[in-house]
Design a protein around this ligand. Structure first.
Ligand code: ASP
Length: 299
């Protein structure tokens, strides 16, 4: 069989007591999701189907900041963003300011496959979900105690955005990213996760998904920059990921992380903060599940 590979992330940012207390749950959640996606790839599923299915699992897991468990904005409401991109077709779909939709990543896929647009926001996104009979949930389904506390404390450890990149047996790559955004944001704030080229990008060179402070990711157009370094400079994937994260062009100090896969089934990841929840199975079949920087004592 041709090479296959998959990587996921469950957010990057500062460490927190909640993350330490739920270390096992996070590790299990990451492992289950990445193994499920890998199994689909073994069975011949397309990279696009795999990234959607894998992100749905993470959206349903309340430990992560996407779907159920999403961050709350300054009015205590959930507004979700998601994007998906097929690197072979160079087709993409994205949604922002989404409410009620259980799995925003599937709505992003509908934008890609069922409309002539790339990005649909707000009430139009909800209308599209209804039109396509996607599952809707009452607003309180998405809200979990951890996020209520973060909003009260005016802290954002949130950073539990989820993403998946995959290489399928036909040599095609895809990327998907989904998030509840940053805690205590102004209503209507849209982050990088749903912005093609910033928090999500795939082409014939690689597929990438990002997490962290969205404003910084948008300004640096990170996911596309990695693809450009591969294409124009011939950089190896890991070197390109490290280069982009270490050379963030911006005065704002922020937390940023990313995962990436290339056409040879190599996995790249890089982050500039305490932790990035992540898991991968590369072309050799090696499984890696980790949260902290290598060498962190919790391991
Ligand atoms: N990047 C996301 C955003 O800014 C948040 C995150 O990755 O946790 O909306």
């Amino acid at each position: 069989m041709n090479k296959i590979a998959i990587a996921i992330h469950g957010g990057a940012g500062q460490n927190s007591k909640f993350i330490e207390a739920n270390y096992k749950g996070y590790m299990e959640g990451l492992k289950t999701a990445v193994e499920h996606g890998h199994e689909l790839l073994i069975n011949g599923a397309s990279a696009l189907d795999v990234v959607e299915a894998t992100v749905r699992i993470l959206e349903d897991n309340p430990l992560f900041n996407a779907g159920k468990g999403s961050a709350l904005n300054s009015e205590g409401m959930v507004e979700m963003d998601a994007a998906i991109m097929d690197g072979h077709l160079l087709a993409a779909g994205a949604v922002s300011m989404v409410t009620q939709v259980k799995n925003p990543i599937s709505l992003a896929r509908k934008v890609m496959s069922n409309t002539k647009h790339v990005h649909i926001a707000g009430y139009g996104a909800l209308k599209l979900a209804e039109l396509n009979s996607l599952e809707l949930m009452p607003n309180d389904y998405f809200i979990v105690e951890r996020q209520i506390n973060e909003l009260k404390e005016e802290k954002s450890y949130g950073h539990g955005t989820v993403g998946c990149v995959a290489l399928d047996s036909r040599g095609n790559m895809a990327s998907a990213t989904s998030t509840g955004g940053l805690s205590n944001s102004l209503p209507g704030r849209v982050g990088d996760s749903c912005m093609i080229g910033a928090g999500c990008y795939a082409n014939a060179h690689c597929a990438s998904s990002c997490t962290g402070d969205g404003e910084l990711i948008i300004i640096n157009v990170i996911a596309h920059k990695v693809a450009a370094l591969l294409e124009l400079k011939g950089m190896p994937l890991q070197e390109a990921c490290d280069y982009v994260i270490r050379n963030l062009e911006n005065p704002i100090n922020g937390d940023v992380g990313m995962i990436s896969v290339d056409v040879n089934g190599n996995i790249g990841f890089s982050f500039n903060c305490d932790r990035m929840h992540r898991a991968s199975i590369d072309h050799t079949g090696e499984l890696v599940v980790d949260i902290y920087q290598t060498g962190h004592s919790m391991k």
